[in-house]
Design a protein around this ligand. Structure first.
Ligand code: XMP
Length: 317
């Protein structure tokens, strides 16, 4: 029978054998897979694992700082890289969803390659690939796959010529979580909802500006923290907010307002392939809506997305 303890022992032993005194570079995303892969490799080779966590300016509110703290707390040799401006300039005036994904993928590769070059003599690229990624070879998820699908012009960047080490390649998601528990990875990483690689960029309809990102971060933060406070977070597979370019009339005191509409999305799902909208309690939705409209400048209307997948998708872009 498979146990996570045995898996950890065997895998760490194999990694020691395989990697010896070599250096490994690995991109952390804040998600479960890259974090668990990093902890396994870290147990095998310690400081020779160089982790890179990129702030693309499209993460949730305060998430870069809090996740970076968790990584340091877990003992990882991690470098946080503030690349917000590089991403924002690459995204300026792009409204098309695939255009956003391409720009983000391209900048990520550039930033990661710059950082990998700073690690003298690095031999390996660590990746959190899991079994479903292997079978679903056309997968567009995660930094590594983003890299593959987006970098087909102008030859491979240097870090992609490194040998690849993928300690989770045989595992399913639930097994990855068990291994993460055995490795004592922080709950704020293990229990987290899935979050798309392009982040808030595909939840801002139309072009992206740092100001819009800030508005959406505040809205999203109110929604997510209320889900946690109400004990609903774990009942939902994924949740988030969408900033629409639609403006509508409202009234605040004696003033007429003309501001943006945000949509809330929460779904139940097994694997993201199909999904149903979460039947969140009306009272909960009412409270979240009030809090958003009262606290977030620039938003005067909140709607709840009641579409299932298919035919709708989870994300709006
Ligand atoms: P959709 O919108 O296709 O989303 O129903 C299914 C799941 O995939 C995530 N998603 C992405 N993840 N890069 C990612 O890493 C992407 O470009 C991307 N697009 C969608 C989405 O958040 C959901 O979990």
């Amino acid at each position: 029978d498979w146990t996570s303890e045995q898996f950890v022992d065997a895998t760490v032993a194999e990694l020691k054998q395989q990697l010896g005194n070599d250096k490994v570079v690995l991109g952390l995303s804040g998600g479960v897979d890259s974090s668990v892969a990093a902890m396994l490799i870290h147990q095998a080779i310690g400081e020779n694992l160089y982790c890179i966590f990129v702030d693309n300016g499209l993460l949730r509110k305060d998430e870069f700082e809090s996740v970076l703290d968790s990584y340091k707390h877990m003992g990882l040799n991690v470098k946080g890289v503030d690349a917000k401006d590089r991403f924002y300039s690459a995204l300026a005036s792009i409204s098309d969803p695939e255009g956003k994904r391409k720009a983000i993928g391209r900048v990520f590769i550039e930033v990661f390659d710059d950082e990998a070059h700073k690690i003298e003599g690095v031999k390996w690229l660590g990746q959190g690939t899991i079994y479903p990624d292997v079978i679903e070879s056309m997968s567009v998820k995660g930094p590594s796959a983003t890299i593959k699908s987006h970098h087909n012009v102008g030859g491979l960047p240097d870090f992609m010529k490194l040998k690849v080490v993928e300690p989770l390649k045989t595992l399913f998601k639930d097994e990855v979580r068990l291994v993460g528990k055995t490795l004592k990875i922080d709950d704020n990483i293990l229990g987290r909802h899935p979050f798309p690689g392009p982040g808030l960029a595909i939840r801002i309809l139309g072009d992206i500006t740092p100001e819009k990102v800030q508005v959406l971060q505040q809205v999203d933060h109110i929604f997510i923290s209320n889900l946690k406070k109400s004990g609903l977070y774990d009942e939902v597979w994924q949740a988030g907010a969408i900033l629409t370019p639609v403006q509508s009339v409202g009234v605040m005191g004696d003033e007429r307002t003309y501001e943006n509409v945000v949509a809330l999305r929460a779904v139940t799902s097994i694997d993201g392939m199909t999904a149903d909208w979460s039947r969140l309690p009306y009272e909960f939705l009412a409270d979240v809506s009030n809090e958003i409209i009262n606290k977030v400048k620039g938003v005067n209307r909140v709607v709840y997305d009641i579409s299932s997948k298919p035919p709708a998708t989870i994300e709006w872009e």
